[in-house]
Structures are given as structure tokens and as C-alpha cells.
Design a protein around this ligand. Sequence first.
Ligand code: UDP
Length: 418
Amino acid sequence: MQLVAVKKKNFNDYRRFMEQDTMFELDFLVDKLKGKKIAMINATAYGGGVAEKLHSLVPLMQDMGVDIDWWTILGNEEFYNVTKRFHNCLQGQEGELSGSEMEIYLKYNQINASYMKDWHYDFIVIHDPQPAALIEWRGKECHEKWIWRCHIDTSFPNQEYWDFLYHYIAQYDAVIFTMPDYVKEGAAFKNITFITPSIDPLSLKNISLDKEEARAITSRFGVDAGRPLISQVSRFDPWKDPLGVIDAYKIVKKDFPSVQLALVGSMASDDPEGWDYLYRTLRRAGEDYDIKVVTNFNGISDLEVNAFQTASDIILQKSLREGFGLTVAESLWKGTPVIGGNVGGIKLQIEDGVTGYLVNTVEECAEKVLTLLRNPVLAEEMREAAREKVRKEFLVTKNIQHYLRLFYNLSSPEQALP
Ligand code: UDP
């Protein structure tokens, strides 16, 4: 197992986003947790949403005075191939769990568990399925509390994979899911807490950008700053429905010819499915040069994502299925109304008619885009509500509050906070 070095962050910089009550509670919790040691464990320090969140969460907690370390497990290709399958099957993909998959999964968990022999932590938080079986090697006399944090949607998992994993996760002292819908029916856990993912308001992706500056950046990708822009920032994946986005745009275009569409997506070089879907998307876009398809291969990185989310008149997240949809919180935080698929975590973030719209079909999506394009005043009214929603519920400071509250409640159940 490897200790992750994080870049220092200053918690005081984040106080301006928080209410007085929250600050009091955080100060109280940090004080109560003095002397307690916490370990976060996940599969990787770079790539993926979990790592990104821990890079904010861990240094901020350290700066608050919380004694917290972040470890990543050791693995290699055979292990990651198996855990990728676990990930997909726990989200419902069909397939049979083979003996060799179980063996590989347990072999690496056991190797990693051997690093924990002389550990002295009070709380061990394990993220996602990859290291979930570490608990099998927990010492007999252990006093620490084990918490499993599930970042994926396990509401309808493949039964075989679920049964296998359930043996391990049922041993945890507490489990965290993103929302109640994601807990498989019939699962009996000791303690269930719900915590939504969060965004870091001071990261390059979310820091406040001037609209003009944002437009200057999007114009480098061929966007005409003088005309309306709608964008979706997402991987090229059927569940993100980029084809549906293009279809909705085409309906809008008939009534609102000046509109432009940007599809902004990151491509992993080792993800053939992503490339296939990008080509399908390009075919659907055809010869319409008002559709811009841009990726990390032509210069999209955090600042550019920020710029598209800031400069767009409307952001779409027309997913057909969505764990949480960080892009929604990111866009709402920039005050941009979001029209999103009426699914999963998007439903937690968009207040229909207040911070954007929830839609079920391409036609409905087009209709709501037209409503907002024709009513800039309405879009402007949504701006404040959108930002406020994220400030109250989806900033990293809220995430920290949830974690500290859970640690406190587990260590002082008789004085547990609600
Ligand atoms: N993202 C990015 N560049 C892109 C497309 C997406 O950095 O070209 C980021 C996006 O800003 C968000 C994350 O990737 O932070 C995607 O998270 P989300 O929860 O929306 O979807 P997921 O890809 O995890 O299903």
C-alpha cells in the first residue's frame, strides 16, 4: 500500500462559502475528534472522480487539524481487469463471476492487508469495491471502525457479484451511499449514511472565471462568442446520450438558427468504447459546423471545462442513467442553468423550473432549451438559485461535515448528531 502525498490546501480560504452554523459544527467536531486517526483507502491517486475528490478532501481536513492519511492499494493489470468487471457488474452488467476472478480479487486484497498489520487508526474508510475485502483480514482485537464508501449505483447489481461482495461489506461498521435508491433492496447494513459527492469551488475547474475570459477560451475552439451556446461536458458514452443531445439541438436549431452546440468530452487512450461512441457522435453531427466536438486531444483540460460551463447559456446533461453527475453541480456553481435527464443523482441537483429542468425525452429537452433561450430573464433568475443550491449542498466543505459527523457519531453513539 502506498501513502499519497497531497498538495497543501488552506481551509480558511473556504470559510467564505459556509454558514456560521456549519463553521461552528466543524470546529466542534474537529475538537471532539482530537487524537483520532483516520485512513482513507482507494484504488488510485490519479484518474477518476474518487481520486479527484480525495485530493481536495484530505488536504483540507489536514489543514483543519484532522489526523488523516490517504493510502492507495497496490495492484496490477490482472487485478484492475477484474475490478473493472466488478464495477460494471455491480452497476448491473450481465455476466458470471468466475473462480479465477474471485481468486485474483482476494489475492490482491490479502497482499494489501499485510501492509496494515502495524496500523493504528481509529477510522478506516474504504472507497468502492476494489479494496472492500481488506476487512476480511481485520485483527480479532481491533478497536477501529471500518466504513465502506460506495461511489457507484448498486441499486440493481448483477446478483453473483453482489452476493460475493456483500459477504465483505456486510462486515463494516458503517456504509455510505450517494442516495437511498442505490442501496440494494434487502441489504442489511449496521449503519447507513447518505453523502453526495461534492465539488471544490477553488479548483481550476470551478474557480470563478470572468464571462469574457471564458468566452475568449471557448472561441479558441471555434465557438462564436456573439451567438447562443449550449454545451454538454461528458464522456462519449451511451448513458450520457450525446446522440440525444444532437437530436435535441437539431430541433432547437429549426426555431433558433443562431444556436451552437459544444460536446466537450475527455477520451482515455485505453477506452475503445469511448472512441467508438465518439465516432458515432461525429457521424450524427454530420456537416453541421455549429456543432463543436472537442476533447482533451485538442486542448480540453480543467480550465477549458470551466470556460465552457461558464460561457454557455445552457448546459445539458441529458444522461439516461447517472450515478451523480458532477458536471451538473459544476455548471450550477457557475450559475449556468442545467437541463438534465430525469435520472439518478441529477434529480438531487436540479430543482425543476428553479435551477434548470429535468427532462425525459429529446423533445422535452428541445422544448426547455427553447424556453430558456427565449427568456434570458428566466435564465438569469435561475443563476442565483443554482449557485446557492450548490453552495448549500454540494461543496467539499459539506462533504467534510458529513464525514466528521459520521466519525463523531460512531465514536460517541450516545451523543450522536442527527
Ligand atoms: N470532465 C473533464 N473533461 C471532459 C469531460 C468531463 O474534466 O472533457 C470531468 C467533468 O468536469 C467531471 C467529470 O469529468 O468532473 C465527470 O464526472 P461525472 O460525475 O459528471 O460523470 P462520470 O464520468 O463520472 O460518469
